[in-house]
Design a protein. Structure first.
Length: 401
């Protein structure tokens, strides 16, 4: 059965209850006439043994509040009791006082008590041998060992066990805090990476929207079919950009928040989340072609399943490269996807406009491609080569020997 809360471990009420129980036990021994243990004076009133007993019980009640005061009070009471002849109850309660002083007192206290009790035990044994005149006199030191040294050793053992348990709890709490800190840092880094992902996704779609809107506004005399074609591309890019933005926002949303992405209009394509995988390159190329870039695609090797991180990074690198070719090129580009045994190699090259006129960019495209490649321990080269702009990314798939 569990004790009531006011008698729980570490409470003053529990110490007072223990002191009261000790007093009751001492009074029971007094009523049985078990004192004094040594009859020095037959005319000595037995009531004189009650004040040391009461003082010893008070020392038990002070064991947590004031360990030094408890030890001092109990020691004085023991000396007085022994001087009167010694009572069994007072001596037994003193063992509790010694134990509590070692458990609840400062470290210096239990070290001091250990030295004193060891010395007193040795002195008692040596004095006994000299007084009795034979080795059996060492038994004089046995009461000192039983009353003094054993309670001290027991208290030290319990104290060290509790200190070790407290140190283990502190170490476990510190480890838990470090794990939580690492987790939060990882979450923050992942959210920052996904924020860059969001920029790339939305920027690509908005670039297509801007290019077609610029074409519609800048080219006079477009017939209705050309205008509708440009508007369809603008609408499709806008819807896909919104869908991917909502997909990313759902991932970035704080845990525990409610609410999901609301549908955009009644078009089923508005609710469709775009799978950013290399297998979706055909759809990406078709959208880029509809935007006005002639893309020639070549595939080497046998396509196979790729790790998720590689799949996503490859798709985004192709998307960013073709978008850059659309913004800064002359209207054509070559895309090569080579599937190897240990890596997939993406190559995008396009002629560069000589006048350097093109849509302005944020300058984060190449940085994003380099970060994705570096994250996967791949290789990326991007720059002009023989009048053309070449992007080549090699992403390891982890399947090679």
């Amino acid at each position: 059965m569990r004790p009531t809360p006011w008698l729980g471990s570490g409470t003053l009420a529990r110490d007072v209850a223990l002191a009261g129980a000790s007093l009751v036990g001492g009074l029971a021994l007094y009523a049985l006439g078990w004192q004094p243990q040594i009859h020095r004076d037959a005319d000595l009133p037995t009531a004189l043994f009650l004040p040391p007993l009461l003082a010893m019980c008070v020392a038990v009640g002070l064991r947590r509040v004031a360990p030094r005061t408890s030890l001092a009070t109990g020691t004085v009471a023991l000396v007085v009791d022994v001087a009167l002849g010694g009572s069994l109850g007072t001596v037994l309660i003193y063992t509790q006082v010694l134990y509590d002083a070692c458990v609840y007192g400062p470290p210096r206290l239990w070290r001091w008590l250990l030295r004193v009790t060891v010395v007193l035990s040795l002195v008692g044994g040596v004095v006994g041998v000299f007084v009795v005149g034979q080795w059996r006199g060492v038994a004089v030191g046995v009461p000192v060992v039983l009353v003094g040294l054993l309670p001290v050793l027991t208290g030290i053992s319990v104290r060290q066990y509790r200190d070790q348990a407290a140190a283990e709890r502190a170490r476990a709490e510190q480890t838990a805090r470090l794990v939580e800190l690492d987790r939060r840092q990882a979450v923050s880094a992942e959210r920052a990476r996904m924020a860059r992902e969001l920029h790339d996704v939305v920027a690509n779609h908005l670039s297509a929207v801007a290019i077609h809107a610029t074409a519609v506004l800048s080219v006079p005399g477009l017939d209705r079919g050309q205008v509708e074609s440009a508007l369809r591309v603008i609408r499709e890019s806008s819807v896909q950009g919104l869908a991917e933005m909502r997909q990313m926002i759902e991932v970035l949303r704080e845990p525990g928040t409610t609410g999901g992405p609301a549908p955009v209009g009644d078009d089923p394509a508005a609710a469709e989340m775009v799978n950013a995988r290399l297998a979706e390159t055909d759809g990406l190329v078709e959208r880029i072609r509809a935007a006005g870039l002639a893309v020639r695609v070549r595939t080497d090797g046998t396509p196979g399943p790729l790790p998720v991180a590689v799949d996503l990074a490859a798709y985004r690198i192709v998307q960013e490269s073709l978008t850059n070719a659309l913004k800064h090129g002359t209207g054509e580009a070559d895309l090569t996807i080579a599937y190897g045994s240990a890596e997939v190699v993406l190559t995008v090259e396009n002629p560069v406009r000589r006048n350097g006129i093109g849509l302005p960019g944020a300058g984060a495209g190449l940085i994003g491609m380099r970060e994705r490649t570096t994250l996967l321990a791949g290789r990326l080269t991007a720059g002009p080569q023989d009048g053309r702009w070449l992007v080549r990314a090699a992403l390891p798939t982890g399947e090679g020997g």
